[in-house]
Design a protein. Structure first.
Length: 575
């Protein structure tokens, strides 16, 4: 009997020890602290050792010098994404700590995965997870207690910028960070049906702990967008309400009166959900409210991910069906918008729970200041403008050609699974070529770039010589929408807009006017049509007529001496 009691005691002691090992830093601190990067990784390593349903893959090294980790969860222990899709499973990718000072998802994901593995939370057989424990590793290592001045906890946290001081939620297509390159490989490896990027909001005050930014329905497009808006998203709102975490759409006004309503957040592909939309993946950006206690924010993030798993399981067949239909629709699409504009004539009326604003004297300035009066909560209908109209519509060519010298671009295309073939011989090919006629560059740097905007192009048919090794990209492939939006120069987040091709904007050769005078005179004499153009322009433009330099430059740019590569966009369209 004593031996049985001793054995039972040892068994219970082991269970207690195991349970203690799996308590997170968040739980140990009663909801006051968040796990460090190293604590989070050690925790997942423990889960990996204890549960066959969990495995860890390491991807490329990020800017901070550590590999980007991906934790996989499948109730049957399989970790093959291709097989998951063949079996009709919903693949969800969850990203945490992109802004390392917003760590709610880091702690919530640790607890959720543990609870799925132990059976505390039911793990549906038709839903699998990929979790990035901490995306912004450099920011997570830069720990402090002051950089999130608007935020209520945790006690310490990471910094928004990564090891290059980049905002990683502006880097998904330009990929200045090694983080973004590693993420693209993870995204393409999983091909997720749903992508979640956990955040904390900054801005107005209101009653909700959880708000949600969802892929803009028109911009996502296709049957999956309609199903998301009409069926799936309402089910998530209902599920969260049942869990006592009522949500509202991401609140897109800073302060004051919300009665004018607000526009759904515009997320071009520089952002995570905008990037996901290029591959017909539903994107959710849960945004907990900065002023709510950290414990509540983490618990609501946990509840959101739990609701997402539950609803994905219930609606797996329809989610798969509609996403497949959307992918097939993109294959057939002959035109794509490169930008979107909010439609101020269409809106939904939603119930919003906020606080009335008041004014009082500032203790800092002695002047009137606004504040939210928590003794005056309200609940009323407001306008939510969630319709967008397409802009800058472009017709899709059969293929693009990119000379091999533009390696930074072709490398990013490869990371995003763009299928390309290199020319086997030097070849003359008739192409449609763009010329950059006008553009604006930002006066101040934005995420390492002086971004180009308001791009104006003209196009012409030219027969150009391409070299062995140059890249031919047939457009009708899985990454079609990504290819078009990144390679068309007038796109909001195209490679041209992010300065990848700025070298063509600078003229490399020129002339000394005294020498060009003699050469130009001979050229104009032998080309009377150019002489006529010169005379016509002088008659129409007195300022031009009074400038010898302008006239010499006009002749130069209309002669074979002018370099053809200047302002010619080096991505060519095969029609």
């Amino acid at each position: 009997m004593k031996k049985v009691l001793a054995t039972t005691f040892v068994f219970l002691l082991c269970l207690f020890a195991n349970a203690q090992e799996l308590i997170t830093a968040f739980e140990k601190s009663n909801g006051k602290e968040t796990a460090t990067y190293f604590e989070a990784i050690r925790y997942y390593e423990q889960l990996d050792k204890k549960f066959s349903s969990i495995s860890i893959k390491n991807f490329d090294t990020v800017d901070a010098g550590y590999p980007l980790n991906l934790v996989l969860f499948s109730s049957d222990g399989q970790n093959d994404p291709k097989r998951w899709h063949e079996q009709g499973k919903i693949v969800i990718l969850i990203n945490n700590g992109i802004h390392a000072g917003e760590p709610d998802g880091i702690d919530a994901s640790m607890m959720l995965l543990r609870d799925l593995a132990t059976g505390k939370v039911k793990a549906p057989a038709n839903v699998v997870l990929g979790i990035i424990p901490v995306y912004n590793i450099g920011g997570s290592l830069d720990r402090n207690s002051f950089s999130r001045v608007n935020q209520n906890g945790p006690l310490s946290y990471g910094f928004r910028g990564n090891a290059q001081n980049l905002d990683l939620n502006r880097d998904f297509v330009k990929c200045d960070s090694r983080n973004a390159k590693a993420f693209a490989k993870i995204f393409q490896f999983l091909n997720p049906d749903i992508f979640v990027d956990n955040h904390v909001s900054d801005g107005a005050d209101y009653q909700y702990t959880m708000t949600m930014l969802t892929s803009q329905k028109d911009k996502l497009g296709g049957p999956i967008a309609k199903y998301l808006h009409d069926e799936f998203e309402p089910a998530l709102y209902k599920s969260m309400e049942q869990k006592k975490w009522q949500m509202t759409p991401y609140v897109n006004f800073e302060e004051g009166n919300p009665d004018k309503g607000w526009f759904a957040y515009y997320d071009p592909p520089r952002y995570s959900s905008g990037y996901a939309a290029l591959f017909q993946t539903i994107g959710f950006v849960p945004e907990t409210h900065m002023l709510k206690p950290y414990e509540d924010r983490v618990k609501s993030t946990y509840a959101f991910m739990q609701s997402l798993i539950e609803e994905s399981s219930r609606k797996a067949a329809l989610l798969k069906l509609n996403r497949k239909a959307s992918i097939e629709e993109v294959y057939k699409q002959t035109q794509f918008p490169l930008s979107w504009k909010a439609d101020s004539t269409k809106f939904e009326t939603i119930t919003f729970k906020g606080y009335e604003t008041r004014t009082k004297t500032s203790e800092v300035t002695g002047l009137p200041r606004m504040y939210y009066d928590h003794t005056k909560p309200f609940e009323r209908g407001v306008k939510f403008f969630n319709t967008s109209t397409p802009d800058k519509i472009v017709t899709v060519p059969k293929a693009y050609i990119i000379p091999q010298g533009w390696k930074a671009v072709t490398d990013l295309l490869k990371i995003n699974n763009v299928q390309m073939q290199q020319l086997k011989n030097d070849t003359i090919i008739p192409v449609e070529a763009y010329r950059i006629e006008d553009y604006k560059s930002a006066a101040r740097a934005y995420e390492k770039h002086h971004k180009n905007s308001d791009v104006v192009v003209t196009k012409s048919m030219q027969s150009l010589k391409f070299l062995k090794g140059d890249y031919l990209i047939n457009v009708n492939q899985r990454a079609k929408r990504y290819i078009v939006e990144m390679l068309e120069p007038t796109g909001d987040d195209s490679f041209f807009s992010w300065n990848f091709f700025d070298a063509i904007l600078q003229q490399k050769e020129g002339y000394s006017e005294y020498r060009w005078e003699d050469v130009a005179a001979d050229y104009v004499k032998s080309h009377p049509e150019l002489k006529q153009q010169l005379d016509d322009k002088k008659k129409a433009d007195p300022k031009f007529a009074a400038s010898a330099s302008a006239q010499l430059n006009f002749v130069y740019k209309n002669s074979p001496y002018y370099e053809p590569a200047h302002l010619r966009y080096p991505v060519y369209r095969v029609l």
